[in-house]
Design a protein around this ligand. Structure first.
Ligand code: CUA
Length: 151
């Protein structure tokens, strides 16, 4: 026999879970927000890199460590889509791209991936938003989109 208050808790829990699942589906479909994914670990991601896949697609292997991101500057042409693959060499770091809907964690031994499209030229700061020690506030890098001295 289930107590009435227990049933209430079950009902509320079910509603909250349904809301959560709905918001994920809504973000993915209607809002077209690319949800971060976890990928199987591969040593290759520990080497910072910017790779051009085709005219408008790039892959960035971003490596966080105390207290910097590598690569520190990423140059891409306007209209590019970038797949970010993120890992950490030491503690947990944050990865927030200014004006973009990106909020990831860099975790040692793990790879997180997200995809971002850069439709407007500018300098997009990437900052660490997870306290990671004495140099935390200096942890930054940037995506430079169609900057005058871009290659
Ligand atoms: Cu890395 Cu804060």
């Amino acid at each position: 026999m289930i107590d009435k208050s227990e049933r209430t808790v079950f009902t509320i829990t079910a509603i909250v879970i349904m809301l959560f699942v709905f918001s994920l589906v809504y973000a993915k479909t209607t809002r077209k927000i690319d949800l971060p994914e976890c990928l199987p670990y591969d040593k290759a991601y520990e080497t910072p890199a910017v790779k051009q896949i085709d005219d408008s697609l790039y892959q960035v292997y971003a490596v966080a460590r105390m207290w910097q991101f590598e690569p520190a500057q990423i140059y891409i042409p306007v209209g590019s889509t970038v797949d970010f693959f993120l890992t950490s060499k030491d503690v947990v770091h944050g990865f927030d791209i200014y004006e973009k809907n990106v909020n990831m964690m860099a975790v040692y031994g793990g790879i997180n991936k997200t995809t971002v499209k850069f439709d407007k030229p500018g300098v997009y700061k990437i900052t660490c938003h997870e306290y990671c020690g004495i140099g935390h506030q200096n942890m930054q890098s940037e995506v430079i989109v169609n900057y005058p001295d871009a290659k």
